[in-house]
Write a protein that binds this ligand. Structure first.
Ligand code: IPD
Ligand code: CA
Ligand code: CA
Length: 262
């Protein structure tokens, strides 16, 4: 499948660019929100990824974090985050990746998330499962939130809303539930897919943060929804991604419910 090969090549190319800048000197500028950064490496990775895609599929639609949209009349859409985990990247923390999802007629069909620093390449194809470095991965089997290990992320600008990021976080940690904050939503999702975490939730994501990762979780046997429990769309901000078994309980907690001690 040509599409698959191009996707893998695009992720590898972006990741190589990212590696070439890591811990070196690069320009950092600010986006909206004081610590919402973009570096020279984000732009360079994006450019390299675009070249790969445009070479093989010049008429496909592209949606990418830094460059925006290349609107084309195509059923295929590439959704790209050239570096997910930019703050980590800018601080020399090797928890960052290239994330690329491919949609066909509005359905995510392929996803690739590559963290070259840990040499972890996650790949998913709808209907064919999810892999880590070519080995099948599966979600965990935990059945209770209180015994689960969680991961979340916080938006760059404080989100003051009922059941906001801090309230949900507080509720979980008050009950002793371990909640990590890795700084890359794409990696968070892949680590749920690999069974390292039992659940992930976040209040404000963009399509490029989750496009590849949500397919990874689904194809590893997990469940992904919005905060209402509806089928997940990456074009709205809320996400809950779990092993499926703790999904309803986590969904209730994110909506103001309590953590059950059982
Ligand atoms: C961010 C990361 C982070 C999440 C933020 C995202 P970026 O993406 O995925 O984990 O909490 O909401 O914006 O800016 O590093 O590409
Ligand atoms: Ca991102
Ligand atoms: Ca990014």
């Amino acid at each position: 499948m040509m599409l698959k090969q191009t996707l893998i090549k695009a992720a590898e190319t972006g990741a190589a660019v990212m590696q070439s800048y890591f811990n070196g000197k690069f320009e950092i500028s600010n986006k909206e929100g004081i610590n919402n950064l973009v570096t020279e490496a984000d732009h360079a990775s994006e450019k390299a990824i675009f070249e790969v895609i445009k070479n093989d599929f010049p008429d496909h639609y592209i949606l990418s974090e830094e460059a925006g949209e290349i609107i084309q009349d195509s059923t295929y859409k590439w959704i790209i985050d050239p570096i997910d985990g930019t703050v980590n990247f800018a601080n020399g923390i090797p928890i960052c990746c290239v994330s690329i999802g491919v949609e066909q007629a509005g359905k995510m069909i392929l996803g690739a998330v590559y963290n070259p620093f840990m040499k972890e390449f996650f790949f998913a194809q709808r209907g064919f499962g999810a892999t880590l470095n070519s080995k099948k991965i599966q979600v965990s089997t935990k059945t209770e939130v209180v015994k689960s290990s969680m991961v979340t992320g916080f938006p760059y600008t404080y989100l003051d809303a009922p059941n906001g990021p801090l309230q949900v976080f507080e509720k979980l940690i008050r009950k002793g539930v371990p909640v990590r904050r890795l700084g890359s939503a794409a990696i968070d999702l892949c680590w749920v897919a690999a069974g390292r975490f039992d659940g992930f939730y976040e209040h404000q994501l963009q399509a490029w943060d989750s496009a590849a990762g949500f397919l990874m979780v689904e194809e590893a046997g997990g469940k992904v929804t919005d905060f209402k429990g509806n089928y997940y769309s990456p074009y709205q901000p809320h996400i809950i991604a779990t092993n499926g078994l703790i999904h309803d309980e986590l969904l209730a907690i994110v909506n103001g419910g309590e953590v059950h001690m059982k």
